[in-house]
Design a protein around this ligand. Structure first.
Ligand SMILES: [Zn+2]
Length: 366
């Protein structure tokens, strides 16, 4: 049986002092005396300064590393041999750097995310730059503890929170691909990982539907559900740890986003691109009769509520670019069987799909 690591502590906090107190109490309990802080300058310098001051006389060794370029090469040259814990304070790139640095140095990682733009805040996966414009998904240490500075996240820009929600909702698309891969490609499906991933996404999905029914606003939803969103993103990471792969949170919708990155250098934050991918994959599944059409209509209403892209102009692509993206998407991760393996990715078919989904045509011929 493989060993599953679950974070030992998860705290939602409301001030820099609270974060520092929880961090000190955890590292003292775990006898961690040499602490490497991994962060960036603005906008994280205030919380980092407060944590440095609080830790100064509580540990034997303390050093702060500023991430300039979140790449594999950067992590490989970090001098961490004398440290016994890495603390990441920052957004997605910083947390991924900290998780991978902890992994290759075989020491624990603590995650203090100052933004929630993707599901990496507490996952065993790090996405880091490999070469020019190419990113690699790497196995990493799932954080031993997650201390969430809600006071910072709630003042982060709305697009970054919407991106996190997009990445979370996309689990529902990834799960459909897990099921398809099991039936059509004989792949093992980890039921427990799928259940955790699904429940994480559904808790946010159904709450958004309640807000739509009650005619409340997107801002109200974010303000009143920030903890639920963070918890669900953390659960998503745990689902990946249980599965031993990103599979339960990454299917064809992620392949579409990877293709956007590879062909056009990325147009929107990761979670917004994967949400756009999900919009296409969910439509395809409904057209193929794999799911009921009402689920696609539900998703469209949720996307409109959140301001996620439901038109080509909103993601910033032309029809021809989207044809290239859908044809390239399966090549970005050839071993990941998905809904894209089930259709004929000819130019004509994709054109027809695009005009049905984004234009005037009513159904596609499959
Ligand atoms: Zn993702």
């Amino acid at each position: 049986m493989s060993k599953i690591n679950i974070p030992q502590r998860l705290k939602m906090l409301r001030s820099n002092d609270e974060v520092a107190c929880e961090l000190i109490s955890f590292i003292q309990e775990q006898n961690l005396s040499s602490v490497a802080l991994v962060t960036t300058g603005t906008p994280n310098h205030l919380i980092t300064n407060d944590i440095e001051v609080a830790l100064f006389d509580k540990v034997q060794k303390l050093k702060t590393f500023q991430v300039i370029n979140a790449s594999i090469a950067y992590v490989n040259q970090l001098p961490l041999t004398d440290f016994n814990v890495v603390v990441g304070i920052g957004g997605g790139k910083v947390i991924d750097t900290a998780k991978y640095a902890a992994h290759i140095n075989n020491i624990p990682c603590i995650s203090i995310p100052t933004a929630i733009s993707n599901d990496g805040i507490c996952s065993p996966v790090a996405v880091l730059k490999e070469k020019h414009n190419s990113y690699k998904s790497l196995g990493a240490s799932i954080p031993a503890a997650l201390f969430v500075p809600l006071h910072i996240i709630e003042s982060s820009d709305e697009e970054s929170i919407i991106s996190g929600i997009g990445d979370l909702l996309s689990n529902l698309s990834a799960i459909e691909d897990c099921k398809l891969a099991a039936v059509e490609n004989g792949e093992f499906i980890d039921d427990y990982a799928v259940m955790v991933s699904k429940q994480a996404a559904l808790s946010v999905y159904s709450e958004i539907q309640n807000y739509i029914l009650q005619r409340k606003t997107k801002s109200q939803f974010i303000k009143e559900n920030l903890e639920t969103i963070v918890e669900s993103l953390a659960l998503s990471g745990v689902a990946m740890e249980i599965a031993g792969t990103s599979r339960p949170a990454s299917g064809a919708e992620h392949l579409i986003s990877h293709a956007i990155d590879e062909l056009f250098g990325g147009l929107k934050p990761h979670g917004i691109q994967v949400a756009f991918g999900m919009f296409i994959t969910t439509f395809l599944r409904a057209e193929l009769g794999l799911i009921e059409k009402k689920y696609f209509e539900e998703l469209r209403a949720i996307f409109r509520f959140l301001g996620l892209p439901v038109r080509l102009s909103e993601i910033g692509l032309t029809e021809n670019q989207l044809v290239q993206i859908l044809q390239h998407a399966p090549n970005t991760r050839p071993n990941r069987y998905s809904i894209l393996n089930k259709i004929n990715l000819s130019h004509e078919f994709i054109k027809e799909l695009i005009s049905t989904l984004f234009g005037q045509k009513t159904t596609i011929t499959v």
